[in-house]
Design a protein around this ligand. Structure first.
Ligand SMILES: Cc1ncc(C[n+]2csc(CCOP(=O)(O)OP(=O)(O)O)c2C)c(N)n1
Length: 837
């Protein structure tokens, strides 16, 4: 049954090959069909939207043309002549033009019956509920079955499936192996109190299970929890696969396969698809090839294909990659199964992506309560009388489906009865064992750990950080930087942010924590601060000091990512989901750009635990600070993260000095509390002496949520701020010789460190004024989060605010205007009487 790689590669002579003399003409005719045949393939089961195109090159007649037409214009059309690699083109030609293995017709029929009956039972038992039926593209089930079967034969142990609403419940029941009773119980909504204010709808939930076949093949399956935002799950699934592969080492790519199941309108419309496809072959992100399937019902909610995309096929976005694209009429289940066989073989041979476009229809409205006859009356008149696929196929192969249909119907009846008796819903997913040591939930001070490192150890690590191989040609600027780092490590110079980060990473790597960092230009660092990769000035070879610390160290990975926010952040979130032991960091070039990844932040990072009970220890590094660089290089939008914060779902911090950054990174890795961490990182403060720390501060026990100075005795007022402005306030205070103002820095904004702030206030009974100072305009920054909370614990003291006026854009475009604004801000902070703004 199984085609082994050797057999497949044997490349039998194609059946059309006749004599060398006729090869040229034959080659031309064949090549035309190879190139354009898909345009005349019979792909649309209802023959309405996708009509065969007129192609002058395909008008040839004669035996060769007839043969070619049969091969390339049947119920499967393939686009592959855009592949530049002749070896891949030849391989595809051979596959397409040679005999195929006989399909297991009984199994196909049985799967189609299961797929159709599952939907019919739901339709009958739960009318008026959304389920997003697969009917019309039910062939997806035998497609996945074949895919898993063949991939299992090539070493597959786990598959990660990313899909949206359409057919999701059907895939859970008929591929993942979730008991139908468990799915039906979700329709019964049996325990609403358990999910008050949280949880998710049934067709978004993740599921884990096993696919098995009668031959004993078995594959672990993970259906990734998915928000309504179509396709947003794609990079998350890819990151999960990369992490699972990383856990397995060299065999990872063979053992773990991602399968993306797209909607046609979503694939064509959502930019994140293009971003995710672009990760396919990029160092640090590739997964050895993904299988993409389009559940193409030729409709998106109420929109026709011509309203959803500018190309003939929704799949054209995949042409950005050199990958084959197969369009298959989803009413020819055997062609669908062959496409699955082809996909597996291609993926495992070339470690490349492959896309299969299953073209069918949608039996009901967008959901089953939506009436499609309003917008597509002709199409739905046809669909009304169109028999289900299992009926068509049974007739085609001369089988009587009735016995199996009634057997499955009664089994479903029993499952439904079992569901209605259930008192507690069964979980759809279980967490992998590597999550066992970690937990989420609310913050507990008992989770705190010491993060300081002895001085000798810091010294040792820094010596490794400044070393490079003999004969390596270092850039003069980097030489200087390494000299300075050496001095920092010996305690002769204050440690700056970049060195603190390198020491945090280095100490974690030596302590057994894997570290993975990606972002645009992260290897050098946007501000030329990190230099995690040394580049030989004569050969451009690279050397990574953090990978050369000690033989037994953990793996350090640092990547320059593609220029995307959504896909890369989604990917890193996914990686963190399957590598909780690692410190996984994503860095925005400037914090503002993270809003290109807002869906990942809102739907996964902030809400993942609440909706799906899924944890992540991902770190976001968001450069932030007002330095006159204009509207898009100033604010990382602190306000947005604070608005997302509730039930201790995330951590939001802004360390104001290097040592604090060091402890914060280490705390994130070493605590067993796994929560996403948003860090607002500095730009100008990266090298500013005020933000540097003595080496000894890295030996201090812990991160301080609030930094309260002790310089001013009995202050009359306390200025609270976070980040860079605190340093500017201190400079201004010194300039003014002010001895009555205390300055505090909120290093952690969320979870709100109420007890620590209250303790500071208690220590300063003489301070009758509290002032929140921020660089951001009044409608941005932390103000609206912090001020009510400060008032709550101010015990009768006045709480004032100093900030820029409310604005539509975060910052001015003029550097000089910025300086004026900053001066005004500082003057106002020391302005004496506050009028209760
Ligand atoms: C980003 C996003 N925009 C809009 C929607 C609303 N929406 C849900 S399904 C759908 C149509 C999807 O069409 P298609 O991708 O073809 O999948 P189908 O439902 O036809 O299987 C739309 C517009 C959404 N869920 N996500």
């Amino acid at each position: 049954m199984q085609i082994h790689r050797e057999d497949a590669m044997a490349g039998k002579e194609p059946p059309h090959a006749v004599s060398p003399a006729s090869t040229a003409i034959m080659g031309n005719v064949l090549d035309d069909f190879r190139r354009w045949g898909y345009l005349q393939a019979k792909l649309d089961p209802l023959g309405q939207y996708l009509q065969p195109q007129t192609v002058p090159e395909l008008e040839a007649s004669g035996p060769i043309a007839d043969k070619a037409r049969k091969l390339y214009c049947g119920t499967t059309g393939i686009e592959f002549m855009h592949l530049a690699d002749p070896a891949k083109r030849r391989w595809i030609e051979e596959r397409f033009e040679s005999d195929r293995r006989a399909p297991d017709r009984r199994r196909i029929l049985s799967l189609l019956i299961r797929a159709d009956i599952f939907e019919q039972v739901l339709q009958a038992r739960y009318p008026g509920t959304k389920r997003f039926s697969l009917e019309g593209v039910a062939a997806l089930i035998p497609f996945l079955d074949t895919l898993l079967h063949d991939a299992a034969g090539r070493g597959l142990r786990q598959a990660v499936l990313a899909m949206s609403h359409r057919g999701r419940l059907n895939v859970m029941a008929n591929v993942i192996g979730i008991a139908p009773a468990t799915i039906f119980s979700k329709f019964e909504d049996i325990d609403p109190r358990s999910v008050l204010g949280s949880g998710d709808v049934k067709y978004h939930l993740g599921a884990t299970g096993q696919w098995k076949d009668p031959g004993g093949n078995m594959v672990d399956l993970h259906l990734v929890s998915n928000p309504s935002h179509l396709e947003a799950v794609d990079p998350v699934a890819m990151g999960r696969v990369r992490a699972k592969q990383a856990r397995l080492g060299r065999q990872g790519e063979e053992c773990v396969l991602p399968v993306f199941i797209h909607g046609d309108a979503a694939l064509a419309g959502q930019g994140i698809c293009a971003e995710t496809l672009n990760l396919a072959a990029v160092n640090g992100f590739s997964v050895g090839g993904s299988v993409h399937v389009v559940v193409n019902n030729l409709i998106g909610f109420t929109a026709r294909p011509d309203e959803s995309n500018s190309s003939l096929f929704a799949s054209d976005v995949a042409k950005r990659l050199a990958v084959p694209i197969l369009h298959v009429n989803a009413e020819d289940p055997e062609a669908v199964v062959r496409a699955a066989e082809f996909s597996v073989e291609y993926r495992y041979t070339f470690h490349s992506d492959v896309l299969v476009d299953l073209i069918g229809y949608r039996r009901y409205g967008h959901s089953e309560i939506d009436d499609p006859t309003i917008t597509q009356p002709i199409r739905y008149a046809r669909i009304k009388d169109h028999p289900p696929l299992h009926t068509i196929y049974a007739e085609q192969i001369g089988e009587d489906p009735k016995p199996l249909v009634s057997e499955i119907q009664s089994a479903m009846g029993a499952e439904q009865a079992a569901a209605s008796r259930m008192r507690k819903p069964s979980p759809l997913a279980t967490l992998p064992e590597y999550w066992a040591p970690y937990h989420g939930g609310c913050y507990d001070a008992n989770d705190e750990v010491d993060t300081g490192i002895p001085l000798e150890r810091l010294h040792e690590i820094s010596e490794k950080l400044i070393a490079y191989p003999h004969g390596f040609h270092i850039h003069p600027k980097v030489t200087k930087l390494l000299e300075q780092r050496g001095e920092m490590g010996r305690g002769k110079r204050q440690v700056d942010f970049a060195m603190a980060e390198a020491l945090a990473f280095g100490s974690l790597l030596l302590g057994g924590t894997r570290v993975r960092l990606s972002g645009q230009d992260s290897r050098r660092g946007t501000f030329s601060q990190r230099h995690s990769v040394l580049i030989d000035t004569e050969t451009e070879e690279s050397s990574i000091p953090l990978s050369r610390l000690a033989p037994q160290q953990e793996r350090f990975e640092v990547y320059n990512s593609i220029l995307s926010e959504a896909a890369v952040l989604g990917f890193e979130y996914g990686f963190s989901r399957d590598y909780p032991e690692a410190l996984v960091l994503w860095e925005a070039q400037f914090g503002d750009f993270a809003n290109g990844a807002q869906v990942i932040i809102d739907q996964f990072i902030a809400a993942g635990e609440d909706k799906w009970g899924l944890l992540s220890g991902l770190v976001l590094l968001l450069p932030h600070g007002y330095e006159g660089q204009g509207p898009e290089h100033s604010s990382a939008r602190i306000e947005r993260y604070l608005q997302l914060a509730a039930r201790d779902n995330i951590q939001i911090c802004q360390p104001s000095n290097a040592a604090q950054y060091f402890h914060l990174l280490r705390r994130q890795a070493l605590r067993s509390w796994r929560k996403p961490l948003i860090i607002f990182t500095p730009k100008s403060m990266l090298r500013h002496p005020d933000a540097a720390s003595p080496l000894g501060a890295l030996a201090a026990p812990r991160f301080q949520k609030v930094l309260a100075e002790t310089e001013i005795k009995n202050p009359k007022r306390l200025l609270f701020s976070s980040g860079k402005i605190g340093h500017e306030l201190r400079q201004e205070r010194a300039r003014r010789n002010d001895t009555s103002t205390g300055i505090l820095s909120l290093e952690q904004l969320y979870p709100w460190p109420e007890a620590e702030i209250a303790a500071v206030l208690d220590r300063h009974p003489t301070a009758h004024e509290i002032v929140w100072v921020q660089e951001e305009p009044a409608n941005m920054g932390a103000l609206s989060f912090v001020v009510p909370r400060l008032r709550r614990i101010a015990r009768g003291r006045q709480v004032h605010t100093v900030k820029r006026s409310a604005a539509a854009s975060p910052a001015t475009g003029s550097a000089k205007a910025h300086v004026l604004e900053q001066k005004t801000l500082l003057a106002a902070s020391f302005g004496g009487e506050f009028k209760g703004s």
